[in-house]
Design a protein around this ligand. Structure first.
Ligand code: PMP
Length: 408
């Protein structure tokens, strides 16, 4: 297979990658924050607003029916992409954060009693930590944290021990956005299920790099954001097993999620509508479908192995730089590299890289406790996507060396 030709084709699909910043071609390595969008996604959104624009599920007219059909087809496609058992197990939200809040409120209401516990890992993004922490506060409960080792891998012995305390819900990140660690979630889910504990997987950083099969994982919930998987901002997914979603109370109230309403009483709509109050972001959902179709057409296994090669190349080169410290050296890693050089402040290095046309992230990456665990203020993070290439890596490495020389 001629990888170079294939990559050229992929880059052509992403208009934003073609641009120059500060008179240099852009090297975009902030993909864990959000990915660039392929033409297929941009065109899909354009088409919706040019032609189909209409509110869904409530109109008898032609456009409304077209939009409703497209929206429900998107749901069916997402369900098949995830290998969910039924389309109604896919709830559209505005992103991973909203999906987690939905579960924390609704499942929390269903399962948590005063003094109960919730279990997460030490490497969660704030979005998969604060909602559970606040639930524990409301219920006078306790948030249990499974620790990690120096490489940034979850301590599975500690995790097993904490399960013995019978937490009511387990919530785990599949891939850490700050360390790149891939957690062995399949094994962790099976361990939780031995105690009949439901498990939510935060897939915000995993779905863009690897195939996801929710039935194979056997997770009870799986969440992600469209904008981190080449889709638009404003649409995300909550996958949930039917038997949980049916038992869980609604999260938000309003139009669409109701069945019969009187001044005295309301009955609620069936799944998935029970959890989709108000007008959804239709164009973003259609864009998300286009993004997942794009992933599928490109070949998820191919993307995975291509990105692994790039990660290896980048890490090998970075490690040659004096005083380089890579934060997060798990054996199983997604293409996310957090690092520090000597005493150089991440912000200073990131600012110089920016002036050389390299977009990276600096700071705590919405994972302040992770930074505390490593006793650092933050890191510089380079995160890769399918459109990055060997040229990007070379430019990045050269720029890091130059910036480090300037700042040391
Ligand atoms: N979880 C993880 C692991 C993330 O990386 C992010 C985004 N950085 C989120 C959750 C939240 O995603 P969003 O802001 O799109 O809701």
């Amino acid at each position: 297979m001629n990888r170079f030709v294939e990559l050229q084709n992929i880059r052509e699909q992403f208009p934003a990658i073609q641009q120059q910043v500060y008179n240099q071609s852009l090297v975009y390595l902030d993909n864990a924050a959000t990915t660039l969008k392929p033409k297929a996604v941009i065109d899909r959104i354009h088409h919706y607003y040019s032609i189909e624009n209409s509110n869904i599920h409530r109109g008898v007219h032609y456009l409304s029916q077209q939009a409703t059909t497209a929206f429900e087809q998107a749901r069916a496609y997402v369900a098949s992409y995830l290998n969910a058992a039924y389309p109604h197990e896919v709830i559209f939200t505005k992103g991973a954060t909203e999906s987690i809040n939905l579960v924390a409120h609704s499942l929390g209401e269903l399962l948590m009693e005063t003094g109960d516990k919730i279990l997460i890992t030490a490497m969660e993004h704030h979005s998969n930590m604060v909602p559970w922490q606040q639930l524990c506060n409301r219920k006078e409960g306790e948030l249990l944290i499974a620790g990690m080792n120096e490489a940034g891998e979850t301590d599975l012995v500690h995790y097993r021990n904490l399960l013995e305390q019978k937490p009511k819900i387990v919530a785990l990140t599949h891939v850490s956005n700050s360390l790149g660690t891939i957690n062995p979630v399949r094994e962790m889910i099976a361990l939780a299920h031995q105690h009949q504990i439901p498990v939510l997987i935060d897939g915000a950083q995993s779905i863009v790099h690897q195939p996801i099969d929710v039935q194979e994982l056997d997770c009870d919930f799986f969440v992600f954001s469209g904008h981190k998987v080449y889709g638009p901002m404003g649409a995300g997914v909550l996958y949930g097993k039917t038997h949980w979603l049916e038992k869980m109370p609604p999260y938000q109230y309003g139009g669409e999620m109701v069945d019969q309403v009187s001044y005295a009483h309301t009955s609620f709509n069936q799944l998935p509508f029970k959890f989709e109050a108000g007008t959804p972001n239709v164009s973003a959902v259609l864009g998300l479908e286009a993004a997942l179709r794009f992933m599928q057409q490109t070949g998820i296994e191919h993307i995975k192995s291509y990105e692994r090669n790039l990660l290896e190349e980048a890490e090998n080169e970075l490690k040659k730089i004096p005083s380089m410290r890579i934060i997060g050296q798990a054996k199983s890693k997604a293409p996310v590299i957090s690092f520090l050089i000597g005493n150089i402040h991440p912000f200073d290095l990131g600012t110089l890289l920016d002036k050389m046309g390299i977009a990276v992230r600096t700071g705590h990456h919405c994972a302040q406790p992770v930074m505390d665990a490593f006793d650092i203020p933050g890191t510089i993070r380079a995160s890769l996507a399918m459109y990055n290439n060997a040229d990007d890596i070379q430019r990045f490495i050269a720029a890091v060396k130059k910036a480090a020389d300037m700042l040391s």
